[in-house]
Design a protein around this ligand. Structure first.
Ligand SMILES: *[C@@H]1O[C@H](CO)[C@@H](O)[C@H](O)[C@H]1NC(C)=O
Ligand SMILES: *[C@@H]1O[C@H](CO)[C@@H](O)[C@H](O)[C@H]1NC(C)=O
Length: 338
């Protein structure tokens, strides 16, 4: 099945919970990063974060139980207190100032305040059987995908499946590119973050937050590729879809006169190759394992849900207190674009 058909299958019709597909409202947007820069308020660059409201400056995996410390989640599934985050896209105006690009909900999730759509899958997205066995993450598990310092296509190839889609309409799912779209995208820019699917089975984290997970040794997750002996445990594939609502910035007259595209990540990257995402596991008890073991598609009856209005109510206080929304003379944190 093609991506477009899939989009029609559950993007454009009333989505129930697919293979595990669910919307999450914005929990907060601030310059914090408890995975890479724990204890730093502020962290170097701005992030947009979804999930449980235990999100904080420090979330040490030994002492910070996301489930116990959260009282709500911005996600549709109420047993998911995980946190997921990415950098933030800014538009750079001709006069050199920066404006934060808003995020928009996908069709069928109208009225969601920004946020992302999250997937967990046992097999390729197009495989409606979802029969393969996956082992759910353990409490304290966390990981990072992507590299904030990358600026070239060759570097970006280290990570499969961190891509952009220039949305012509709500159903556009191809082509996917490794760098920012070069033309205005009428329905926005979708950023896709797919995490690795093999785990070493031992470490909840690693010094670079990446080495305890890996891609299949041969083939891909989609082709049923086997995990390497060093990382033998097959974990669910997490996919995050973020739709950056570029509508206000699509007038070519606002774009740079040299023909380049005007969007930059809050980490100072105008290529798009530094795209990255962070994950802190925080599902209650064995709710995620049970849901994955049910091998359902488009319906996950074992999981409890809440309304979008309830999701939108779950936020965390602004702990950094800086202006992120004016026409800024510099990116938050004074990050240089290079
Ligand atoms: C964040 O951590 C601080 C220090 O431990 C604590 O006082 C505060 O209540 C926490 N904030 C939230 C929203 O949990
Ligand atoms: C810079 O350009 C933006 C977009 O055109 C505009 O809204 C803003 O007011 C301008 N700022 C200054 C200081 O001229």
């Amino acid at each position: 099945m093609k991506w477009n058909t899939l989009a029609a299958a559950f993007g454009l019709v009333a989505p129930s919970s697919a293979l595990l597909r669910f919307g999450c409202s914005q929990l907060t947007v601030q310059r914090l990063d408890p995975l890479v820069n724990p204890g730093s308020n502020p962290s170097p660059h701005l992030h947009q974060i979804i999930g449980g409201n235990s999100f904080n400056v420090s979330m040490d995996h030994a002492n910070h139980d996301l489930v116990a410390k959260s009282t709500c989640t911005s996600c549709q599934f109420t047993e998911d207190f995980s946190n997921y985050w990415t950098a933030v896209i800014y538009f750079k105006a001709r006069n050199g100032t920066y404006k934060r690009v808003p995020q928009r909900p996908q069709q069928g999730m109208e009225n969601t305040n920004g946020g992302m759509v999250v997937y967990y899958m046992s097999d390729a997205l197009f495989d409606t059987a979802q029969k393969s066995k996956v082992t759910a993450f353990k409490p304290g598990f966390r990981m990072l995908i992507g590299d904030v310092n990358y600026r070239t296509r060759e570097q970006a190839r280290d990570f499969r499946q961190l891509t952009y889609i220039c949305m012509q309409n709500e159903g556009t799912r191809e082509p996917e590119t490794l760098d920012f779209p070069t033309k205005p995208c009428p329905a926005g820019i979708m950023a896709n973050h797919r995490f690795p699917t093999c785990w070493d089975g031992v470490n909840l984290d690693s010094p670079n937050h990446r080495d305890h997970v890996a891609y299949p040794e041969t083939g891909t997750f989609e082709s049923g590729g086997k995990c390497p002996a060093t990382h033998p445990v097959r974990i669910p594939q997490i996919l995050l879809e973020t739709v950056w609502d570029t509508k206000k910035f699509n007038d070519k007259a606002l774009w740079p006169s040299d023909g380049s595209q005007p969007f930059v990540w809050s980490s100072g990257d105008k290529t798009g190759f530094s795209t990255h995402a962070d994950y802190l596991f925080g599902w209650k008890d064995d709710s995620l394992q049970k849901a994955m073991d049910a091998h359902t598609y488009v319906s996950t009856p074992s999981l409890k849900t809440q309304t979008i209005a309830q999701q939108n109510k779950c936020t965390v206080p602004d702990m950094v207190r800086e202006d992120i929304d004016s026409w800024l003379t510099a990116l938050p944190g004074g990050v240089m674009v290079n």
